[in-house]
Design a protein around this ligand. Structure first.
Ligand SMILES: Cc1cc2nc3c(=O)[nH]c(=O)nc-3n(C[C@H](O)[C@H](O)[C@H](O)COP(=O)(O)O)c2cc1C
Length: 157
C-alpha cells in the first residue's frame, strides 16, 4: 500500500505535535516545512510580522523538502492559522510544489479563529482533491479540541 505523507509548518510546535501524533498512528512519512530565515524576536513581534506577510501575500523562502512528492498520492498538510489563513511558509510550499491530481487532507491549528484557512487551501489546490479537513483549536499550547475528535479523524486517514 502506498504511504501517505504529512507535510507541516509549525512555529510554536502545536502543529508539529499534531503532525507527530498522526505519524505515530498512521505510519505515514513526515516532513517539516522550514523557512530559510527563521522568524526571530518575541512572539508578539512575530504576530505583527505575520500580519504584514499575510497582508501582502509574502512567501518566505523555504528549505527544499527532504522527500519527493511524486512518491505520494495522499498528502496531509498541517498549518497554523496566521491571520485567518495558512502560514506564509505553507503559501510558499503550495506555490512551489505540484500537487495536481493528489488527495490533500488539511489540518489547521489555531487559537479559536480559523477564518478562511481551509477555504484558502482549497482555492490554492484547485488541481487536487481537498477532503476531510479538520480545525484543531488550542489555548496557547493546550489542545482545546477534544482528543476523541482528533483520534476519530486520525482513524479515518
Ligand atoms: C503570526 C500569527 C498569527 C496568528 N493568527 C491567528 C489567527 O488568525 N487565528 C487564530 O485562531 N490563531 C492565530 N494565531 C495562533 C496560532 O494559530 C496557534 O497558536 C497555532 O496553534 C500555532 O501553531 P504552531 O505552534 O504550530 O505554530 C496566530 C499566531 C501567529 C504566530
Amino acid at each position: 500500500m502506498e504511504k501517505k505523507l504529512i507535510v507541516y509548518y509549525s512555529y510554536t510546535k502545536n502543529t508539529k505535535k499534531i503532525a507527530e501524533q498522526i505519524q505515530k498512528a498512521t505510519d505515514a512519512d513526515i516532513c517539516e516545512i522550514e523557512t530559510v530565515k527563521p522568524y526571530a524576536g518575541d512572539y508578539n513581534s512575530v504576530v505583527d510580522q505575520g500580519k504584514q506577510e499575510v497582508d501582502r501575500g509574502f512567501k518566505p523562502e523555504i528549505k527544499p523538502l527532504r522527500v519527493n512528492l511524486e512518491d505520494y498520492n495522499t498528502i496531509i498538510i498541517g498549518t497554523p492559522v496566521w491571520w485567518y489563513t495558512y502560514a506564509p511558509a505553507v503559501a510558499t510550499f503550495l506555490s512551489e510544489y505540484d500537487l495536481s491530481g493528489k488527495t490533500i487532507i488539511p489540518f489547521a491549528t489555531n487559537g479559536g479563529w480559523l477564518g478562511h484557512t481551509l477555504k484558502d487551501i482549497e482555492k490554492a489546490c484547485k488541481s487536487a482533491i481537498v477532503t476531510n479537513a479538520i480545525d484543531i483549536k488550542f489555548n496557547t499550547d493546550k489542545m482545546v479540541t477534544p482528543e476523541i475528535t482528533l483520534n476519530k479523524w486520525i482513524s479515518c486517514l
